[in-house]
Design a protein around this ligand. Structure first.
Ligand SMILES: Nc1ncnc2c1ncn2[C@@H]1O[C@H](COP(=O)(O)OP(=O)(O)OP(=O)(O)O)[C@@H](O)[C@H]1O
Length: 325
């Protein structure tokens, strides 16, 4: 057995010990609490019957008074017991709901609440002008230094570079997940920061490195996030464009099959995500390493999609592909 696996086992055993310790103390405390109340409950009855019985025989007490006393004492003890039980559940719920309330209280980002410019039509010209950027968590590590780049409408551009060289960062800035530290990005000549973020994002199709599919049927997954009403025909059109139609039709319930973890391979998920992006008919399409995790067959299909989106005169758009190769 390697040293690594031994130390992992040791760590796991330590955490198990801790868990055992906490559970043991919790069980002991609850056991002690239940035992003492149970003891109190039954001993009260015995003492009441004994002392009460003697008092009745001596004529100091009536049987009715003794019955009342015993019942009241029982209720008092049982109620204390329930209050204790419910109090601990209440405290657990308060702890859990605090996190939920904190999330509910979060304000939407300023970008999404403030109204910006909406252009008549998005042509898809993208210009990075002297863009400099470092992530807020590591301000001393510059990722982009005076980046100048122009992408013309309907151009297909591949950004290639080593892992960690900043390819995804270029796209993160375009998606306005971050703002350049210096310089600016212009879209059709207008500074990106002046555009209406929601409007702009609705016109960008983005296929990320790990596409997220949700546990709902295939059609809903493809329609997800589409700002307009779409018909089933349009969904199938997008799936055909992404070379996903054939394998989707072969699923047990076709487009109505519920997507779960084991249903689709990585390459198939990526093609569903491409269909989702194409359905929005975006002016700008971004594929972030869409081919890096693909098997040969999926890679072939994804390349065909890229060729088609870049040559189909009906569906011209600016395409940015981020790739290792
Ligand atoms: N959220 C972040 N906070 C801080 N640093 C980050 C963040 N995201 C990326 N980085 C750093 O920025 C640099 C560029 O990352 P980026 O993801 O843009 O590279 P990449 O070329 O797309 O890499 P890959 O091909 O592996 O995806 C890396 O050094 C990375 O560690």
């Amino acid at each position: 057995m390697g040293r690594k696996s031994k130390s992992s086992k040791g760590k796991y055993a330590k955490w198990l010990d801790k868990l055992y310790d906490v559970s043991f103390r919790q069980t002991m405390a609850y056991g002690g609490w239940s035992l003492s109340l149970n003891y109190l409950y039954h001993s009260t009855q015995v003492v009441a019957v004994l002392i009460g019985g003697i008092a009745i025989m001596n004529g100091k007490f009536t049987a009715e008074q003794l019955t009342k006393f015993t019942l009241y004492a029982e209720w008092l003890i049982l109620s204390t017991w329930w209050i204790g039980d419910n109090w601990s559940s209440l405290m657990q719920s308060v702890g859990a709901s605090e996190k939920v309330f904190r999330l509910m209280d979060l304000l939407p980002s300023r970008q999404l609440t403030s109204k910006g410019l909406r252009l008549q039509k998005l042509e898809g010209r993208i210009q990075y002008a002297d863009v400099e950027f470092s992530y807020p968590s590591r301000p001393s590590a510059p990722i982009l230094r005076r980046l100048n780049l122009t992408l013309n409408p309907n151009e297909v551009v591949a950004i290639v570079g080593l892992s960690g060289s900043g390819k995804s960062t270029i796209v993160n800035l375009l998606l306005q997940l971050y703002e350049p530290t210096n310089g600016q990005i212009l879209i059709d000549g207008v500074p990106l920061s002046e555009l209406d973020t929601r409007w702009f994002r609705e016109r960008i199709g983005f296929v990320g490195q790990e596409p997220k599919l949700f546990r709902m049927d295939v059609t809903s997954n493809i329609k997800y996030g589409c700002p307009r009403e779409v018909s089933q025909e349009e969904v199938e059109w997008a799936a055909k464009q992404a070379y996903a139609h054939d394998f989707l039709m072969a699923l047990p319930d076709g487009y109505n099959t519920i997507v779960d973890d084991a249903l689709l391979s990585g390459g198939q998920k990526q093609r569903v995500a491409i269909a989702r992006a194409l359905l929005r008919d975006p002016a700008i399409l971004v594929l972030d390493e869409a081919t890096s995790a693909l098997d040969a067959e999926s890679e072939h299909y994804v390349k065909s999609v890229i060729t088609e989106v870049s040559t189909d005169p009906k569906a011209r758009r600016t395409v940015i592909i981020i790739a290792h190769r």
